[in-house]
Structure formats: structure tokens, C-alpha cells
Design a protein around this ligand. Structure first.
Ligand code: PRX
Length: 702
């Protein structure tokens, strides 16, 4: 009985995700006539053609942007909803679509311009013809030396150099499923992903430049190998690229019979051509691991036809890429933004995609704008964290450089109107249109954004659903939260779309549970209308139909636009022998949006020390990467807990953010809350404010 009561109370707390939010409406900004005059999407009637009445056949227009070896017969198969199949019966190849088909018209055009971090190294342009030759040679090597074939998995742990897209496209040419791990992730994180995907080969690099230092990257491959081996899934081979072709830039030795230098093997494949393997539209193109509520990162699986069609359409209509543009997305290819909007989308449109190796503010905050000026970039794509950093370090720098952007993107986290306005006025020079694109690893491409030539911009709001996407805000019980109600809820998408992931690699149940179970009433239904997609973000809908994204409502912390699962961080803490319990919470940060803060309780008999805190930080850096480094580690006497023994991370998050902790009298140990508060807030000004909605909602899924 008592347990039922408790569950009930916890559920009532859940409905706090619907909290009213005091949201100041911002004024609108108009796209310039110059932009509208050249834009790819200017026909407002297109939205009618993409209304739900025309679903799913409206998406033919997206499929038609690609070259098919065999045209599809069924646009959407829902017979196993929500496991959808797009463009069924169609056959194609991604590498062909991103390279070969452009050769007749654009073989001399730069596909990729690589700018290394050292300013002494001039940019290197790789034409479509050059990309074609290199991708073919690497594909031949992967096929003949590594024995890879369609359906095999390869883990790629590379920095931002041209070798990364070349390797991805070589895999795609063969139908090999690539799993790219962000270069900044640790060797252990890479090894976990090798094991989960059972990758046959790991591809790494000797080193790369970051903030003026050559990072020795090969040791990460060694650790990854050992980690995967411990999991019983060692890769057969480790292939290593060289940052400089005339030397090996790592201190780590090559292991004989296991490690090979790709650049040394390549001459054997010079001039080789590999016919692009024609694959069914629903063949997996890649896996991308991302964080969720539970400890283990999930391998989001994107399938070839739907994904490629979707990102090509988004690049054309929302990034407004024309073949004549110079497009620079500053994201890392190791995240979904880089896959969709540095590699696949832009190259499918024969654009010139800029790849920068290093830190945007190195060696000074003018670097970004010098690159833009030198390459005459006219489409620019970055994150709020980068915008805040560039602004903080060099608020007037953009004015010193003669670049001219027509279009700019912000992605990855909510952008505060103040940062948005600096982006618009100073970076965009009052001329470039801005799209605030809300989407996720799972969604392949954009979900909400203004259409650059058709909609007015509103700082701080992503905008309406993009072409074909029909978002809705639902409350706890599945009722629609109407526009203008000033109530937050769970943002969902009513309909499937071609960019939606196919499944979670090796865990279809988790796919069902995480994204669809909450609002599905009939698990047997094959009607897509019964399966709204739950994105995992809280949002508000204004009367004008613009969505404002408030942030994650699950246990994910968005650090500088990168997703970190709190459970992953907590398991890393628990590997420190002195730690009995760990809880990770988000703290608002002026630059990075959110950063993790850690609470640990020690095992009996252990005395608190700075050394233990250091061990916790170290464990996180080795097991996940520096990106997850906590702001503070607090050692506490005990965790605040419910009577059923669950750690109340929401209470800790309130303390970390100087927000009211709410009613804690029902906890099993309310007195500990006060103790923790004194030790934490004693070190901070004791302000009490309402706090951001995602932090208020944090931990409610517990
Ligand atoms: O919380 C949302 C936030 O980033 C999450 C997705 O993270 P990830 O899968 O790593 O993909 C990042 C790049 C698309 C979302 O659930 N997010 C992403 N874009 C925005 C955003 N929050 C607010 N505004 C955005 N434009």
C-alpha cells in the first residue's frame, strides 16, 4: 500500500514537466530580399503539398533528389510500425550519390577544403575527381586488404581531417556500415562502441593538432583495442592514418600483425576503381552512438535511402546550399551534425564543404573569421556554445574581416536571444538569414526550423516543423497542449519521416520503449498515426506556431551541444573503489549551456579527500573523455533518497543551481538536503531563483 502511494506521488511530480514558463516573446527579423531572391525554397505552397493529407507520397520529392540504380516501388512500408521502411524496392549507393554523379559537371570543383589548425599550413582543396580517386583506392584497400564486405561494421575514431570523410565514403561505397566515434572521446569509449557494434576493423590516426599541440591519438586505438578485447570483441585489424604522409607522428608503437599504416599500404591500390555496391534503400548506412537514460550508449542506426534523401533535402531547402556556395559547418564529423551537414548532405548536392581541424579561437579569436574571409565562405553553421565563446573572446572580431555570409545555422542547444542577436548583427552583419535547427542524432536531419526565405526569424525559438514534419506538444496523459497556452510539455512528431533512425543497433526493444511506448495505445497497430515519436525534449508552442525548445526531460545533459548520459558518468564514478554512490546533475553555465556536477558518497570508513575527487575526474576522462569533465565533485555524507531508496537527483540539481529544492519532507533522509546545501551553497552566492525548465524537470524520470 505504502509503495503504491509513493509511486503515485512520484507520478504527480512527473507532471511538473508541464510547468508554466515565463517566456518573454521576442520580436521578428525578416530575411533579406537578396537572400530570398536566390533561395532554393520560396514556394509557400510546398507546405500544403507536405501536409499530412499527402503523407507519405510527398516524400517522393526528397527521394527524387538522389540517383537510384533501381527506383523504389513503395514510398513507406508501415507493416512493422514503428520500424519503418522507406523507398522500399529502391537500390542505390551513397558514395555514388556524393561523388560519381557529380563528375560529369563538377569534377574540377572543390568537394572538400581542408584547413589544418597550424596557420602556416595553407588550405588544401580536394576536387570531386580527387575525392573519387582517393575514396576508390581506400575502398579497394578495405575490401582487399581488410576483407570487408557489405554489412560488416567498422569503427572510425578520427579527428577532423579529410581522411575521415574519405574513410566514411569508402565504407559507404562497399556497403560497410561505419560507426564514427567523436575524436575527443577516450579510447575506452571507442572500445565500448567497437564491442557493441562488433566492428571488424578499427580505423584511427597517429596524431592531430588541437590548440597548438599535436595530440598523440594512436594510444587511443591501443586502449580501444584492449577494451574491445576485454568485452570479447577485439577487431581483426587496426588501420592507422598518418596526419603527415612523410612521417609517423605518434610515440605509440605499431603492434605487428594487428596495426597497419594506411598511407603505407595505399600505393598498392593506386589507380584502383571499385564499382559502388548497389544496395537496398533500407540497408544500414551507419551507426552513431549517443547517450540516453540508461548507462549504455545506444547505436542509432540510419539506413541508406531514407537518411540520404532526407539530409540532401534539408541541405538544399534549409541550408540553402547551391553548387556554387562555399559552405562551412564547424561541427565535428564525429557527431550527427557533421555526418548529415558536413559530409552526406552537402556532398550529395555537389557543394564545397570546409573542414577545419582545430579550435575556432586558436591562436586568437579572429581565426574563424580569417578562414571565412580567405575561403570566401558564404554559408556558416555552428553551435550556441561556439557563438558564446567567439563572442566572449572577440566581440568585435568579425567586423575586421571581409567575409559575407548569406546564411547561418545554430544547432545543438537552445540559444539565448542575446547570443542570437550578436550572431545576427555582428557575425551575420545584419544580412545573413539565421536558422535555429532543432533535431537529434535519432532524427537524421532537422525537425523544427524556420524556412530561411519564407519565415520570419524569432530569436530563441527554433520555429515551426520543417517541410513534412508535424510536431505536437503532449502532456503527461497524451493530451495536446494548445499553442499559446504557455505550458510546456513533451514535444513529439506525429508522423514518421525518411531521416528517422531505423532502430537501435542490436536493441529494437529499447527503440520501441524509448521513443514510442509513452504515447502508443495499440502496440499491434500498423498505422503510423498510432505512433507519435517522443523526442525527449520539453518545449513550448507560441501562438505563431513557433516551437521553443527547453531542453532534455530525460537524464541527458547537453554540454556544449553534446549529449552526455548521466548514468554513463555515474558508472564511471563507481569504478573508483572508494565511491559507494554517485549522482550527476546539470549546472547552468554561461558558455557551455550545461556542465555536469558530481555528487559522491564514500564507502564506510573512507575519509573524504581531494585525492578521491581527483580520481573521480580521472575516471570520467579516461572512460568517456575530457568533454565530460565535471565542474565540481562534491563529497556528501549521504544522497537524498526517496523512501524506496532512489536518489533524488532533482533535489541535488536544485542545490547545484541555487534553485529552491521544493518539498523534501517526504524523503527518507530530509536532513541531509540541508547539510548538502550548506556545503555547496556556502561556496556560492545564495540566490534563489526559479531556474531553467530543463533543470527543474531533471531527474523526473527516476
Ligand atoms: O535537447 C535537444 C538539443 O540537443 C538534443 C539532441 O542532441 P544530439 O542528438 O547530440 O544532436 C545534436 C545535433 C542535432 C536535443 O534533444 N538540441 C538540438 N538542437 C537544438 C537543441 N535544443 C535547442 N535548440 C536547438 N536548435
Amino acid at each position: 500500500m505504502a509503495a503504491t502511494k509513493e509511486t503515485k506521488r512520484e507520478q504527480t511530480e512527473l507532471s511538473e514537466a508541464e510547468i508554466a514558463v515565463h517566456w518573454k516573446e521576442e520580436g521578428y527579423y525578416e530575411p533579406s530580399p537578396r537572400f530570398i531572391g536566390q533561395a532554393n525554397l520560396t514556394d509557400p505552397d510546398l507546405f500544403e503539398k507536405f501536409s499530412l493529407d499527402h503523407f507519405p507520397e510527398c516524400y517522393r520529392a526528397f527521394g527524387d533528389l538522389l540517383s537510384w540504380d533501381k527506383y523504389w516501388t513503395t514510398t513507406l512500408d508501415t507493416s512493422k510500425a514503428p520500424f519503418y521502411r522507406w523507398f522500399v524496392g529502391g537500390m542505390l549507393n551513397a558514395s555514388y550519390n556524393c561523388i560519381d554523379r557529380h563528375l560529369a559537371q563538377h569534377k574540377n570543383k572543390a568537394a572538400i577544403i581542408f584547413q589544418g589548425e597550424p596557420e602556416s599550413e595553407p588550405p588544401v582543396a580536394i576536387t570531386y575527381q580527387e575525392l573519387y580517386a582517393r575514396v576508390n583506392e581506400v575502398a579497394a584497400l578495405l575490401r582487399d586488404f581488410a576483407g570487408l564486405k557489405a554489412g560488416d561494421r567498422v569503427t572510425i575514431h578520427l579527428p577532423m581531417t579529410p581522411e575521415l570523410p574519405i574513410t566514411m565514403l569508402a565504407c559507404a561505397r562497399l556497403g560497410v556500415i561505419h560507426s564514427v566515434v567523436f575524436g575527443g572521446f577516450s579510447g575506452e569509449a571507442s572500445g565500448q562502441r567497437i564491442a557493441d557494434s562488433a566492428s571488424r576493423v578499427l580505423i584511427g590516426m597517429d596524431g592531430y593538432w588541437r590548440s597548438g599541440k599535436m595530440v598523440d591519438h594512436k594510444p587511443a586505438a591501443d586502449i580501444a583495442y584492449e577494451t574491445a578485447k576485454r568485452e570479447g570483441k577485439p577487431p581483426e585489424k587496426v588501420l592507422i592514418w598518418k596526419r603527415y604522409k612523410d612521417r609517423y607522428s605518434s610515440q605509440a608503437k605499431l603492434v605487428e600483425g594487428r596495426d597497419y599504416l594506411i598511407d603505407d599500404l595505399l600505393p598498392k591500390y593506386r589507380g584502383e576503381r571499385v564499382a559502388p555496391v548497389s544496395l537496398p534503400a533500407d540497408h544500414p548506412l551507419f551507426l552513431m552512438y549517443t547517450s540516453g537514460t540508461t548507462g549504455k550508449p545506444k547505436g542509432i542506426q540510419h539506413n541508406l535511402g531514407g537518411y540520404l534523401a532526407y539530409v540532401t533535402a534539408m541541405s538544399k531547402y534549409y541550408q540553402d546550399i547551391h553548387p556554387t556556395d562555399v559552405y562551412w559547418c564547424m561541427a565535428d564529423i564525429g557527431w550527427i551534425t557533421g555526418h548529415s551537414f558536413i559530409v552526406y548532405g552537402p556532398l550529395a548536392l555537389a557543394a564545397t564543404s570546409v573542414i577545419y581541424e582545430g579550435v575556432p579561437t586558436f591562436p586568437d579569436p579572429g581565426r574563424t573569421w580569417r578562414i571565412a574571409e580567405h575561403l570566401d565562405v558564404n554559408i556558416f553553421h555552428t553551435s550556441p556554445t561556439a557563438i558564446r565563446q567567439l563572442r566572449k573572446l572577440g566581440p568585435d572580431e568579425p567586423k575586421k574581416y571581409h567575409y559575407r555570409f548569406k546564411h547561418m545555422t545554430t544547432v545543438g542547444e537552445p540559444i539565448e536571444p542575446e547570443a542570437w542577436r550578436w550572431y545576427y548583427h555582428t557575425v551575420g552583419k545584419d544580412e545573413a538569414v539565421i536558422v535555429d535547427t532543432w533535431w537529434q542524432t535519432e532524427t537524421g536531419g532537422f525537425l523544427c526550423s524556420t524556412t530561411p526565405a519564407l519565415h520570419r526569424m524569432k530569436p530563441g525559438s527554433a520555429g515551426p516543423g520543417v517541410l513534412g514534419i508535424h510536431p505536437v506538444i503532449l502532456d503527461e496523459n497524451g493530451n495536446e497542449v494548445p499553442p499559446g497556452s504557455n505550458r510546456a510539455g513533451y514535444i513529439c512528431i506525429r508522423n514518421p519521416w525518411p531521416g528517422l533512425m531505423a532502430t537501435i543497433w542490436g536493441d529494437p526493444d529499447r527503440y520501441l520503449k524509448t521513443y514510442f511506448q509513452k504515447y502508443n495505445k495499440n502496440p499491434k497497430s500498423t498505422d503510423w498515426r498510432d505512433w507519435p515519436y517522443l523526442a525527449g525534449d520539453g518545449a513550448l508552442l507560441a501562438p505563431d506556431g513557433y516551437f521553443r525548445i527547453l531542453g532534455r526531460i530525460d537524464d541527458v545533459i547537453n554540454v556544449a551541444g553534446h549529449r552526455l548520459g548521466t548514468k554513463e558518468l555515474e558508472s564511471a564514478c563507481l569504478t573508483v573503489p572508494e565511491i559507494a554512490e554517485a549522482a550527476v546533475v546539470p549546472v547552468a553555465d554561461d558558455l557551455k549551456g550545461r556542465v555536469p556536477e558530481i555528487y559522491v558518497a564514500l564507502k564506510p570508513g573512507i575519509t573524504a579527500s581531494d585525492e578521491i575527487k581527483q580520481k573521480v575526474v580521472q575516471a570520467i576522462e579516461t572512460q568517456i573523455g575530457k568533454i565530460a569533465r565535471p565542474k565540481t565533485v562534491w563529497i556528501v555524507p549521504d544522497m537524498p533518497k526517496t523512501r524506496s531508496g532512489k536518489i533524488m537527483r532533482r533535489v541535488l540539481a536544485s542545490i547545484s543551481n541555487s534553485m529552491p529544492t521544493g518539498d523534501t519532507t517526504t524523503l527518507a533522509n530530509p536532513e541531509v538536503v540541508e547539510q548538502i546545501r550548506v556545503s555547496v551553497q556556502g561556496a556560492r552566492p545564495a540566490v534563489t531563483k526559479e531556474g531553467p525548465a530543463d533543470i527543474r524537470a531533471f531527474g523526473q524520470t527516476e
